[in-house]
Design a protein around this ligand. Structure first.
Ligand code: DHK
Length: 150
């Protein structure tokens, strides 16, 4: 039976959303964004599992655990986006759809944020739309899955 699970992964400092630099990341909490993702997924009969971690290894373990189990990963890797090659390697070994999501638009910020080591192993990236990005990311994943369905 094809998987009806989407794994939403959140990297470092995203547990502080709502309190952390609200002018950049908004006032909504991570729970709010996960609820948005869950709602978008439920509309298509998918479930969302969520993990936030400030530790790269825990995120790698979660990606390994998604192999053969989750149809898609919606991933905001936080600052790991810009240098965590081990996360990119883990995603390269994952066979489902990967949507990289950012609340802000890193391309319009500091130079060090303009590189993503995740983008080359993602199916696509959504950035700069705040919390709406979580709905867009789930919808993008669902659209790719639907196109690939037999
Ligand atoms: C979140 C972070 O924590 C930053 O390190 C990234 C990303 C951008 C976001 O916009 O969601 O550079």
């Amino acid at each position: 039976m094809p998987s009806k699970l989407i794994l939403v992964l959140s990297g470092p400092n995203l547990n502080l959303l709502g309190q952390r630099e609200p002018g950049i990341y908004g006032k909504a909490t991570l729970d709010d964004h996960v609820a948005t993702a869950r709602e978008a997924a439920a509309a298509a009969g998918y479930e969302v599992e969520h993990l936030q971690s400030n530790h790269e290894g825990a995120l790698i373990d979660a990606i390994h655990g998604a192999r053969g189990r989750a149809a898609a990963i919606v991933f905001n890797p936080g600052a790991f986006t810009h240098y965590a090659h081990a996360l990119a390697d883990a995603l390269a070994a994952y066979d489902g759809v990967v949507v990289e999501v950012h609340l802000s638009n890193p391309a319009a910020r500091e130079a060090w944020r303009r590189t993503s080591v995740i983008a080359p192993v993602a199916t696509g990236t959504i950035a700069g739309f705040g919390g709406t990005g979580y709905r867009l990311a789930v919808e993008a994943a669902l659209s790719v899955l639907e196109d690939a369905a037999p």
